[in-house]
Design a protein around this ligand. Sequence first.
Ligand code: AVI
Length: 338
Amino acid sequence: MPGSTPQLHSVPGRPPVTDLSSQSASESFLDDVLSGLRHTQKFLSSKYFYDETGDRLFQRIMECDDYYLTRCEMEIFRDFTGDLARPLNIHQGAFDLIELGAGDGTKTRHLLEFLNKRAADFRYLPVDISGHILDVLTQNLSVTLPDVEVYPCEGDYFDALQRICRISERRKVLLFLGSNIGNMSIEDCSTFCCRLASMLDPGDLLVTGFDLKKDPRTVLRAYDDSDGITREFNLNLLRRINEELQADFDLSAFEHFQTYDPGSGACRSYLISQQEQTVTIAGERILFRRHEPLFMEVSRKFSHSDIDALARENGFTQISEVCDSKGWFMNAVWERNP
Ligand code: AVI
């Protein structure tokens, strides 16, 4: 960063990953996979969906007709940018705009443009576990918004946020968009919000994207799309495990199955074993019974009161909310309590 603040990351290239850190990343991938598959109700962590192919498939999901979430949040960022930015108090001193799980940043670009046009004094720090997608984002912004200071931070949200908090005394506005919060269990979601609150200062802001409860058929279609991209997205994790962890999943022996419970708002995806089969992963044999489900991901949907309660129970106060014109998606702005 220009001035006295140390750089968080070199731009545009990232420092080379050392052998040690790449080894521990693949070790924890293996540990997580095996511990999920040894469980009575087998599961895999959806955070591993996003290798290079997974990133590409997720891009296709976001573009497909049935997956409305991205378009709804895009509408908020494109058409209601002023409403979104109002509670950010953009002229009350320099601030860091930190985006957790930035992805390709297409929505955020509208907000960045808005802030840049109004000469807001801010830096943009996109955080993502995928170095690949951060490279794409940084390259794009260097062309489309060259005046905006961008400091990509690859890695786990909390590690990155801790690094940022250590070197920045600026007011913080955190973005956590795209309904990523919906991919956590209820308990993890509370722990996550509470942990964010503990790292922020009173008055700092958190802008979160929530997919709202709606016609259950609309929700279900978004995760069981007619083009079969979500199916491929799920199967890609098995392919990734085969490639990276010396496993032998037969992808044709698993079928994608989606459920939605309109009461709890939990939309869950599974891969169902089509036959009794044994899969070997790094030398360990895992038995799947015929029709046994492998739980892949939850995408939770929220009511307005669920969201308000989540803020109140975890150290925040909701100060603003902006919804798309259909009322399907909400960006809530929460302020960290004193
Ligand atoms: C990243 N996340 C918010 C997506 C969602 O809607 O839960 C992931 C996804 N999974 C299948 N389709 C999209």
